[in-house]
Design a protein. Structure first.
Length: 409
């Protein structure tokens, strides 16, 4: 879709309740009272959920702050058998099955690829399929999509240009910093600020937890995975901080580093975990950073995968979603505490470091606890490090899925 913001005009929508072509007449009021009103909602195609009603009083919904993959859903009278969607007087699609969504076929909705501009939407509910029969209700509403919070001059880069940018710039784009806690303890971390930032909107914060081999104080955790691989999340072709990905998923990124001394130091249940939480809280409270506290995403690999589980256990209302990879965490008693947080878990049957049963047990426990969203991807032949590399370089739905989530109010 195009960059920008969705602004719903403050003027009340024109409702033609009786389908006679005239809005706001006496029969329209009678039809609306009889359940003939029509309204629109924003539907998130990735997470399969309605995320916002188009209330005419609502001022705006910014592109950066809304899920990046959406379409329109019509809320119509119960007798409706089909709904026609028009934009600018041109019919876009007809849906013959509830719930009624624009660009939906065989129960699967296609995102509305709308560029910046003004759109006159007309939605008509019919008593028969195929947009036939009596019109049960009609809504006309203007939606303006504005280039707010995104780089209006962005030009997509080729794969070669993208990789060249990563090679030349990722080390400086992820700025090395040191956090000092309230008790004087320090933690190295990297921090990425989007190249284009608008104070008119709030941006997600993406937290990455590294594995055991990357512990220390060199602040280089973004680059390698031990001695066996490269961190595809930052230096791969789909790097989250590269221009192409940032234009689709603009965000701030924080990469803390866990100490290596003592040797038993890990993320889970440690002072390093508490340091990372204090760093996170400090960033979210910083008035100079336009961060969205409802869109804090966490992911981690190996020791960081274990840490991802435990961070959510310790802060079950902080994170909008979590993506642990190949972690050792298997405290299934914690599943009811974190079941409402969307999880996408990765592991491999061939993992030679952390047994796949850890993730299998947690996924089963989450399902038993009634988790509404728990995804599990289990590779077959990938070894420990190869699991992370494949997930971050060859799973095109992963970043769209992450950035689609907003923490429940």
């Amino acid at each position: 879709g195009g960059s920008g913001a969705i602004i719903v005009d403050a003027a009340p929508p024109a409702i033609d309740g009786d389908g006679d072509g005239a809005s706001g007449d006496a029969t329209d009021a009678a039809t609306a009272d009889a359940g003939g009103s029509v309204s629109l909602s924003l539907f998130n195609v990735i997470v399969d959920a309605t995320v916002k009603a188009f209330d005419p009083i609502t001022a705006d919904l910014n592109r950066v702050e809304m899920p990046p993959r959406f379409t329109l859903q019509a809320n119509v009278p119960v007798a409706t058998k089909s709904v026609a969607f028009q934009i600018g007087g041109q019919r876009i699609s007809v849906d013959d099955a509830a719930p009624f969504r624009m660009n939906e076929t065989a129960g699967a909705a296609t995102p509305w690829a709308a560029a910046a501009g003004s759109y006159d939407l007309t939605v008509t509910a019919y008593a028969a399929t195929g947009a036939q029969g009596a019109a049960l209700g009609n809504l006309t509403q203007t939606v303006r999509i504005l280039a707010t919070g995104m780089d209006p001059n962005f030009v997509a880069q080729t794969d070669a240009q993208n990789l060249a940018w990563i090679s030349q710039n990722v080390a400086t784009a992820l700025v090395p910093k040191t956090f000092t806690s309230s008790t004087g303890k320090t933690m190295p971390y990297r921090f990425y600020t989007p190249r284009f930032v608008s104070t008119a909107v709030k941006y997600p914060l993406f937290l990455f937890l590294h594995g055991r081999a990357e512990r220390g104080n060199n602040n280089e955790t973004y680059r390698t995975l031990g001695t066996e691989g490269t961190n595809q999340l930052f230096v791969g072709p789909r790097s989250i901080v590269a221009p192409n990905m940032q234009q689709q998923f603009p965000s701030f990124v924080v990469v803390p580093q866990c100490a290596a001394i003592p040797d038993s130091e890990i993320w889970k249940g440690s002072d390093q975990e508490q340091l990372a939480f204090e760093l996170l809280d400090t960033l979210l409270k910083d008035p100079s950073l336009p961060l969205d506290p409802d869109r804090v995403y966490i992911t981690g690999l190996s020791m960081g995968g274990e840490g991802t589980w435990d961070f959510v256990v310790q802060r079950p209302t902080t994170f909008a979603c979590a993506v642990p990879m190949s972690g050792l965490f298997n405290d299934t008693s914690k599943a009811p505490l974190i079941k409402d947080v969307p999880f996408w878990v990765f592991h491999s049957l061939a993992d030679e470091m952390n047994g796949v049963s850890n993730s299998q047990q947690m996924v089963a426990a989450m399902m038993k606890a009634g988790a509404p969203v728990i995804k599990y991807t289990q590779y077959v032949t990938e070894l420990h490090v190869a699991t992370f590399m494949r997930a971050w370089s060859m799973e095109p739905d992963l970043l769209p899925w992450i950035f689609a989530w907003t923490r429940p109010k």
